[in-house]
Ligand binder design. Sequence first.
Ligand code: NAP
Length: 249
Amino acid sequence: MNLEGKVALITGSSRGIGATTAIKLAQTGADIVVNYPFEAERENAETVVAKITELGRRAIMVEANVADFTRAKELIEKSLEEFGRIDILVNNAGITRDNLLLRMKEEDWDAVMDVNLKGVFNCTKAVARTMMKQRSGKIINLASVVGIMGNAGQANYSASKAGVIGFTKSIARELSSRGITANAVAPGFIESHMTENLPEDVKEAMLNSIPLQRFGTQEDVANLICFLASKEADYINGQVINVDGGMVM
Ligand code: NAP
């Protein structure tokens, strides 16, 4: 795989799967836009940019809350000002606000929908015209296996990820005639900040449901994203691909 000459924007890439993906895409040759949501994450974003620069690639960092329509538009505009094109959009930013339905607050529902689903809409809409003019582009959206199978305590998160899957298939149908592909990646249980604070008994139950008997790494997900971003995946479109050690099959 070779992404030399390509520009990739990864939302929520100051840490976790997003940061690992940004570095992997840079290793494969792409120049990178690192996005982080708030000033507090600036230092982490700087670390990611420094690692990319060490690899000999160009990188910029842009603060933007993807849940905010205007900020998401500005994120794309700043990326275009710097690089003049965007070849790969990875909609990675995501949050959880877990609770059982009866205890879930309206704000927990809204916050998760705003970042996980509306954020994907905001960034994709903002980049679509550019990719259509380029007559090429790769849109890769982070879904989750719980968007396919559901999960007690995650009605908001599961609904947002199921929404991402429907969104991905719809835009794949809309944009393909302009040379743009859209796919969703559905990770299972991946070791990251998002999963580190889950109770041990929940982790144990998860592990027992994974045929490969290990949790996924951020590299496991980044490898698939990198492949989907490459020319080698040109004929893969509108798909949901699990990276879950066989948890869902
Ligand atoms: P993570 O470590 O919590 O990283 C999420 C990233 O998104 C962070 O950099 C976070 O910034 C950023 N972010 C949050 N809200 C944002 C916003 N409004 N605008 C821009 N960036 C924002 O989580 P992760 O495990 O790497 O997850 C990455 C993606 O994979 C998510 O979409 C998640 O739903 C999905 N996923 C993860 C797993 C898993 O097991 N880990 C499984 C299935 C799917 P802050 O650091 O400031 O919060």
